[in-house]
Design a protein around this ligand. Structure first.
Ligand SMILES: O=C(O)CCC(=O)C(=O)O
Ligand SMILES: [Fe+2]
Length: 371
C-alpha cells in the first residue's frame, strides 16, 4: 500500500522541489540514490524570482521523499543502505496515535518530575542561552506545553516548553521510554528495523507549538516517530559540514529561514532538504545528517536511536547519542596537535604546509562517490 504524499508546500517565499510520489516506484530508488535536486521544477509562489537567484540565496529546498507501506525487509534493502532521510508514511505505531490526547498523557504518567527547556522566544539559541532548565510535575508540564498563554510561568506568559527525556541518572543512563514512561511506552510500537543489540536509546519528546530546535547532528541512526502534531524538519547532508558553522554538534546558523549571510557567507552553499511530518509519520534520519525542527503545533514524538557501526566504535560515556565515534575524536585531537605544531612556523610557511595537509586529507580521506 502506497500512502498518498501531500504536495510540497511553498513556505515564506521558498520553493520546494518536489520528488513526486515516490511510493515504491523504480524512480524513487533512483531519486534516493542521485542526491541531486529532483526534476519537477521550482513550484515557488508568483514573484519569488527566478530559480537560479533563489538557489544563490540558498532558498530552494529539496523535498525529502515519502514512502508508504515500508516493511522491515524493504527498509533494510532499499532505504537504509542509501543513507538518506526518508519520510515513512502509514506505519503501524500502536494505539498512541489515537490515545495520546493532552488529558490522557497527563494522567497516564502522573506527577513525576521532568526537567524541561523553557524559552521566552520560539527560537532556542544555544549561543546566547536564551532558555533555562526548569523542573515540573509531568502532568502540569503537559498542560502547559499544550497551552499558548500561561497563567503560571517561569519567564513570560508566552514561554515555550521542550521535553527531551533522559535516563534515570541523566549523566550515566541513556533515555529509554520503557523505563521512564512505562505506561505510555505500552502504547507505542517502535518499528523493528534493526537488531535488538543495535538499540541505543528511545527518547520521549514533547514540544510547545512554535518551538524551534537548533540545527544539530546525532551520531546514531534515528527513526523520529511523530505521534501527534505537525512538525517541519529541515535537513542538511553530512557533506555540507563546511557550510554550517559548527560549534560542537550544533550549527551556529540559528535562523535557517533568514540566515545572516554577512556572518555566515558559506551557508548559501548548504543544500536544504525539507519535509513536514504529520501525526503518524516517521522520519528516518541517518547518523550525521543535520536536522532543524519547528513544531508547528503542540506535538508529541518518540525517537529511537540505534547503532549503525559495530558497538566498539562508539564512546561508552555517550548518553545522548551525540558523542563522536572514538576514532573520530582521536583523529580530531591529533589534528589539534598538528595545528599547534604548525604555529611554530611563520605565517607564510604555516599557510603553505596547511594547504598541503588539506590536499592530503582530501586525497586520502574524502569519499569520491559523494553525489
Ligand atoms: O523532533 C524533535 O523534537 C527533535 C528531533 C531530534 O532532534 C532527534 O530525533 O534527534
Ligand atoms: Fe537530533
Amino acid at each position: 500500500m502506497a500512502a498518498a504524499v501531500p504536495p510540497p508546500v511553498p513556505q515564506r517565499g521558498r520553493s520546494v522541489r518536489s520528488t513526486g510520489n515516490t511510493g515504491g516506484s523504480p524512480r524513487s530508488a533512483a531519486a534516493l540514490r542521485s542526491g541531486r535536486p529532483l526534476p519537477g521544477g521550482p513550484g515557488g509562489p508568483a514573484g519569488a524570482g527566478p530559480a537560479a537567484s533563489m538557489a544563490q540565496r540558498g532558498q530552494e529546498a529539496v523535498a525529502v521523499p515519502s514512502l508508504g507501506g515500508v516493511g522491515r525487509e524493504r527498509f533494510l534493502q532499499d532505504v537504509y543502505p542509501q543513507r538518506k532521510p526518508v519520510v515513512l508514511k502509514g506505519m503501524e505505531l500502536g494505539s498512541c496515535t489515537t490515545k495520546w490526547t493532552v488529558d490522557y498523557l497527563s494522567q497516564a504518567e502522573g506527577s513525576k518530575e521532568v526537567k524541561i527547556h523553557v524559552s521566552a522566544v520560539p527560537q532556542m539559541d544555544f549561543l546566547s542561552k536564551n532558555f533555562v532548565y526548569r523542573t515540573l510535575p509531568f502532568n502540569e508540564f503537559v498542560q502547559r506545553a499544550a497551552e499558548v498563554k500561561h497563567k503560571e510561568y517561569f519567564l513570560s506568559e508566552n514561554e515555550k516548553y521542550y521535553l527531551r527525556s533522559v535516563g534515570e541518572d541523566a549523566r550515566k543512563d541513556v533515555a529509554d521510554i520503557r523505563k521512564q514512561f512505562p505506561v505510555l511506552a505500552d502504547d507505542v510500537q517502535i518499528p523493528e528495523y534493526f537488531d535488538k543489540e543495535q538499540f541505543f536509546s528511545s527518547v520521549f519528546r514533547i514540544s510547545s507549538a512554535g518551538l524551534q530546535l537548533w540545527t544539530h547532528y546525532d551520531v546514531m541512526d534515528n527513526l523520529l516517530i511523530q505521534v501527534t502534531g505537525r512538525k517541519r524538519v529541515v535537513l542538511y547532508s553530512p557533506q555540507d559540514v563546511p557550510y554550517l558553522y559548527l560549534s560542537g554538534t550544533k550549527s551556529e546558523v540559528l535562523d535557517v529561514d533568514n540566515p545572516d549571510f554577512e556572518k555566515y557567507p558559506l551557508f548559501v552553499k548548504a543544500k536544504r532538504y525539507e519535509c513536514y511530518l504529520e501525526a503518524g509519520d516517521v522520519l528516518f534520519i541517518p547518523a550525521m545528517w543535520f536536522h532543524n525542527v519547528i513544531s508547528e503545533e503542540f506535538g508529541v514524538a518518540v525517537n529511537v536511536f540505534w547503532k549503525h557501526l559495530p558497538a566498539e566504535c562508539y564512546d561508552k560515556s555517550d548518553t545522548y547519542g551525540n558523542k563522536d565515534p572514538t576514532a573520530a575524536s582521536r583523529a580530531i585531537q591529533i589534528l589539534d596537535r598538528a595545528l599547534k605544531t604548525l604555529e611554530e612556523l611563520p605565517e607564510e610557511y604555516r599557510d603553505f604546509y596547511a594547504r598541503r595537509m588539506v590536499s592530503r586529507i582530501q586525497e586520502k580521506a574524502y569519499r569520491n562517490d559523494y553525489g
